[in-house]
Design a protein around this ligand. Structure first.
Ligand SMILES: [Zn+2]
Length: 237
């Protein structure tokens, strides 16, 4: 019988990749999520028409959504930038959606981050959006607080940092970790107050904390939040 077909990869209209595996002895289609490979798989009888397999996958969007939303419980910690992924953005739950389009753009529409473009550029687009948003918000608060304290910022840099969320130099350079966008906005504001206050006091003295309090009156709670939840901001990779 000359019907043996190789395994193939199918991508749905909403950007979900599914591995289609042909298996001997199967009578019907079955779909599962592999924890080990972190991927969706369909097992199909060797002689099953490929078009019907694709239709089966396409008609199961609700099932995919359910699995993806539960994924964070199943696979603890790490969250990949993939279509359907749910993240926290400045304190709001946001789902990242991929929309195939010839024009690349990223729009936050309510609780959905709509990513228009081609699938291979998806992750890059999302990361750029998150880092740009981080820069925008961190600059906004840093400049606001610098004006209030009467200090001058030389340069603001937003980058990956693995052990902390901010640092500053005596030359007035502020460095921030872009991942602070995954925290509630008041926590991001506290981080800015903290770093800007260092431009007045390069230590953690009482005077330093009085500057922080002046900029951010409820800083104690926000600092506590960052201590407790800081690790979670590193889940997205
Ligand atoms: Zn400090």
């Amino acid at each position: 019988m000359q019907y043996k077909k190789k395994d193939s990869l199918y991508t749905t209209a909403w950007g979900q990749s599914v591995l289609v595996q042909r298996k001997n002895g199967l009578k019907r289609l079955s779909m599962r999520f592999s924890l080990k490979n972190k991927s969706f798989m369909v097992s199909a009888p060797i002689r099953f028409p490929i078009k019907q397999i694709w239709e089966f996958i396409d008609s199961s969007k609700a099932w995919f959504t359910k699995i993806i939303s539960k994924q964070s419980d199943i696979i603890e910690a790490k969250k990949a930038i993939v279509p359907g992924q749910a993240i926290q953005l400045l304190g709001s739950a946001v789902t990242i959606e991929f929309i195939p389009n010839c024009q690349a753009k990223v729009i936050l529409n309510g609780s959905v981050l709509e990513v228009y473009g081609i699938r291979s550029k998806f992750e890059h687009q999302v990361m750029k959006y998150l880092k740009d948003l981080a820069y925008e918000k961190l600059s906004e608060y840093s400049n606001l607080y610098a004006n209030k304290l009467g200090v001058t910022i030389t340069k603001i840099t937003v980058k990956e940092m693995s052990t902390r969320f901010g640092s500053c130099t005596s030359l007035g350079n502020l460095n921030y970790c872009w991942r602070i966008v995954f925290s509630p906005e008041p926590v991001l504001a506290y981080l800015c107050a903290h770093e800007v206050a260092h431009l007045k006091e390069m230590n953690h003295s009482k005077t330093f904390w009085s500057h922080v309090r002046h900029l951010c009156p409820n800083y104690v709670q926000l600092r506590k939040w960052l201590k407790q939840h800081g690790k979670e901001l590193f889940e997205v990779e």
